[in-house]
Design a binder for this molecule. Structure first.
Ligand code: ATP
Length: 270
């Protein structure tokens, strides 16, 4: 099958209200939203808009969600690709994908480009390269750097990239005029977990008023993705038991199940 070029969404419905917590990160990307809504206002005054920002944080904390919300808030197209998609490509393909991606985004600007797992392609060059097999990855990375240098801030394309390994990234990516801003997206604290539960409880048919404060306290260390999982799992457990609504016990069983899954995953890693 043909490898996916990249994904393009023109009518993103996700907005900041879908992103619970992350107040600091939302504040930081607000400026990008303002710019995309009205680029002229900034460039007329000679202002330089950032070309890129790096969203840094653990898996499942809402980096992709936040990037989509920027596009949704600004009502601009969202072009996305995952760094890991590049890894499997044949010689020369990665670089030409990057070229195509930027070309399309510029044609439809203002626009957002989102690169998930940028570390897969953006690891520091010239390391761990005993076999020379990383040449293709380096070509792709070089093309990405070239593209970011090649467009001016008058081209109205902003590149957001996500990683949970900012430490391994090639420093060239972080240079001025590239991803010169880092926005931290951390695991939620207990109050933020409450807010995330509110978002994901909304579509469920609940048997009783659920104590979200209690649920938040039962889920230390959970990411937003884990909490979304708990809510979905609770609904599945209730259905399996033939219930017509989800109750507190279903949530407790779902939390247990997710905790079990997380422990198992950690055991395999360590
Ligand atoms: P990864 O690093 O694994 O790609 P990510 O940080 O990009 O993860 P997302 O893909 O944005 O995480 O999150 C996965 C799902 O978890 C979201 O689609 C959403 O349902 C839920 N989620 C995560 N964080 C939040 C949040 N802050 N508010 C509401 N939902 C969230």
């Amino acid at each position: 099958s043909k490898a996916k070029l990249f994904d393009e969404k023109t009518d993103v419905k996700i907005t900041f209200k879908d992103v619970a917590g992350l107040e600091g990160a939302k504040e930081e990307v607000q400026e990008i939203v303002e710019f995309l809504r009205n680029p002229q206002k900034y460039t007329d005054l000679g202002g330089k808009i950032p070309k890129g920002a790096l969203l840094v944080g653990p898996p499942g904390t809402g980096k992709t969600l936040l990037a989509k919300a920027v596009a949704g808030e600004a009502q601009v197209p969202f072009f996305s690709i995952s760094g890991s998609d590049f890894v499997e490509m044949f010689v020369g393909v990665g670089a030409s994908r990057v070229r195509d991606l930027f070309k399309q985004a510029k044609e439809k600007s203002p626009a957002i480009i989102f690169i998930d797992e940028i570390d897969a392609v953006g690891r520091a060059r010239g390391k761990n390269n005993m076999s020379g097999s990383n040449d293709e990855r380096e070509n792709t990375l070089n093309q990405l750097l070239t593209e970011m240098d090649g467009f001016g801030s008058n081209q109205h394309v902003i590149v957001l990239a996500a990683t949970n390994r900012a430490d391994v990234l090639d420093k060239a990516l972080m240079r001025a005029g590239r991803f010169d801003r880092q926005i931290y997206v951390d695991l939620p604290d207990v109050r933020e977990r409450e807010q995330i539960f509110q978002v994901h409880l909304k579509p469920l048919k609940k048997a009783e008023e659920l104590d979200v404060e209690f649920l938040a306290k039962q889920t230390p260390g959970f990411s937003g993705a884990d909490i979304a999982n708990v809510c979905n799992e609770a609904a599945l457990i209730a259905a399996r038991k033939g219930k017509t609504a989800v109750d507190k016990q279903d949530f407790l069983d779902a939390v247990d199940r997710i905790v079990g899954g997380l422990e198992k995953k950690n055991k395999i890693i360590t």
